[in-house]
Design a protein. Structure first.
Length: 143
């Protein structure tokens, strides 16, 4: 059961980083392995979205519901897909006017032992690249 937690201090406001992470439809533009992102429904406090993730022969669709507490927190609730469970949370803590700490936590597991074995080999590399992709996107958007 892969689990990862990290905190990164970044030279962008909590609101800027929140908006970047909450812009789910743009994930295919910058996130490795994110092939498609579609908003199914949206209110001020919730977003239902489908993501298609792919790498080589692997291609899966994940459906989730995201609880929004702008600009403080995004909490992802897993709805359907190849996982047995998913817990994911982003917390944005201001560090002065133009900086913040971004706390990212993810815990998940696959129904399939084959997918579980495959992702365990790539898990650390994938999360490192994902964190770098969000930072690179922030730099491109905010300078």
């Amino acid at each position: 059961m892969p689990h990862h937690q990290e905190i990164r201090e970044l030279p962008y406001s909590a609101a800027q980083m929140f908006d970047l992470v909450a812009d789910i439809e743009r994930y295919p533009d910058f996130l490795p392995w994110c092939l498609e992102a579609r908003i199914v429904s949206q209110t001020k406090s919730r977003v239902r979205a489908d993501l298609v993730i792919g790498y080589k022969f692997f291609r899966e669709t994940f459906s989730s519901e995201v609880a929004i507490d702008r600009p403080h927190r995004l909490t992802v609730h897993y709805r359907s897909g190849p996982l047995s469970h998913l817990s994911n949370q982003w917390i944005f803590t201001p560090k002065g006017r133009k900086a913040c700490a971004v706390s990212f936590q993810v815990d998940f597991d696959f129904h399939s032992p084959i997918l579980r074995a495959a992702i365990s080999l790539l898990f650390d590399k994938a999360l490192k690249r994902m964190g770098e992709a969000f930072e690179k996107r922030a730099k491109a958007l905010y300078g």
